[in-house]
Design a binder for this molecule. Structure first.
Ligand SMILES: Cc1cc2nc3c(=O)[nH]c(=O)nc-3n(C[C@H](O)[C@H](O)[C@H](O)COP(=O)(O)OP(=O)(O)OC[C@H]3O[C@@H](n4cnc5c(N)ncnc54)[C@H](O)[C@@H]3O)c2cc1C
Length: 329
């Protein structure tokens, strides 16, 4: 393991020690040794902003994760794909496996920050921040996280993203855990995957099977303070299977955005499950989202505004899917 300190002729109040562990185990060891005085560093795009804005003070010990081999890239297995935590958002937003098996995540990556940030920012950093815009997208794919920490004797273990978010909500997050990767299950091979892209107003069809009567429909929407390159106010994701009659099953909906923790909207999912969606239900669905999603207020947007926006985004997204379906005949 390498370690170095920045030398500066200026009298700086803090000169961090930068550690370059060669394994995740070494990194956990360092984090346990230095505790709150140390931080894991991935792409550092979020951390740098937090240091510059004075939201966080720079740690005495920086533990680089990019020196650990094997944490980058997207690999295909028989029933799942695995995304290394150090994979850049740019790579995730270009990867065909991600597009086929994690379509809302693929779209989310393309809508986070500016291209220069996406080159450096990682998917693991986005998730570990607990407020990244990837999280609602990953929630509708039932993503699992692969962690390594001392409490589990340095043996990698999988945890449902939704369970980890609950731990964060309760303030019970493991302080030394390193996120090693993200696991997404592959869909049934017979399902046609239809993803609605709002900007291009088209559906992306990833595979096609004439024999299949069910297809996956999904979308991801983000609203920010400006149109681009800005953290979100609200992000929503939707995913379900739909048959030729328009019946929706396996419905998954999630909302998040800003500094709030994302959540699945189980009551809204229940409302749609097994139903043929009637566009007349649009207002009911929007109202249900508004009621179920627990958001927050800040100087940029009130909680009421966020809730209403999430409701409108989900209801409008679903309506667009049905409209496109009718157009397709
Ligand atoms: C101009 C600008 C615009 C942005 N826009 C968006 C946006 O639209 N949406 C959005 O979601 N984000 C946005 N961000 C925030 C950030 O760029 C992304 O969230 C990015 O994915 C963070 O990844 P990173 O590798 O840079 O994380 P880092 O900054 O390195 O780390 C973030 C946090 O996660 C921890 N961490 C990182 N990796 C791991 C790991 N593997 N295991 C355990 N802990 C880890 C770090 O200790 C730190 O607490 C923006 C940032 C900037 C500067």
């Amino acid at each position: 393991m390498n370690m170095y300190q920045h030398n500066s002729s200026l009298s700086t109040p803090l000169v961090p020690t930068v550690w370059e562990p060669s394994s995740a185990e070494e990194a956990v060891f360092l984090k346990r040794q230095y505790g709150a005085d140390a931080a894991y560093i991935a792409g550092s795009t979020l951390l740098r902003t937090q240091w510059e804005n004075g939201l966080l003070s720079m740690p005495e010990h920086m533990i680089r994760l990019d020196t650990i081999p094997g944490l980058r890239g997207i690999t295909e297995h028989k029933q799942r794909i695995q995304i290394g935590a150090l994979t850049s958002l740019r790579e995730c937003g270009k990867n065909q496996l991600m597009r086929i098996h994690g379509n809302t995540c693929y779209t989310a990556c393309c809508h986070i920050a500016a291209p220069s940030i996406r080159n450096q920012g990682t998917i693991g950093g986005n998730i570990s921040s607990a407020v990244g815009d990837m999280i609602p997208a990953l929630l509708v794919h039932d993503a699992r996280l692969v962690w390594l920490d001392q409490a589990n004797h340095l043996a990698p273990y999988e945890q449902e993203l939704i369970d980890w978010l609950e731990q964060v909500r309760l303030g019970r997050r493991s302080p030394d855990a390193i996120l090693l990767g993200i696991v997404l299950d592959k869909g049934e091979p017979d399902f046609v995957s239809m993803h609605h892209d709002q900007e291009e107003s088209t559906f992306a069809c990833n595979s096609f099977s004439e024999s299949s009567s069910w297809r996956e429909v999904s979308f991801y929407r983000k609203v920010g303070r400006r149109e681009a390159f800005t953290p979100s106010l609200v992000t929503v994701a939707f995913r379900a299977l739909m048959n030729r009659e328009g019946t929706l099953v396996d419905v998954k909906m999630a909302a998040g955005g800003g500094a709030g923790l994302a959540m699945r909207l189980s009551r809204c999912e229940h409302l749609l499950e097994g139903q043929v969606y009637d566009p007349q239900q649009t207002a009911t669905l929007a109202a249900q989202v508004e009621e179920e999603w627990a958001s927050y207020s800040d100087p940029f947007a009130s909680e009421a505004y966020r809730r209403q926006t999430a409701g409108n985004l989900l209801a409008a997204g679903l309506w667009e899917i049905l409209y496109q379906e009718m157009e397709r005949g």
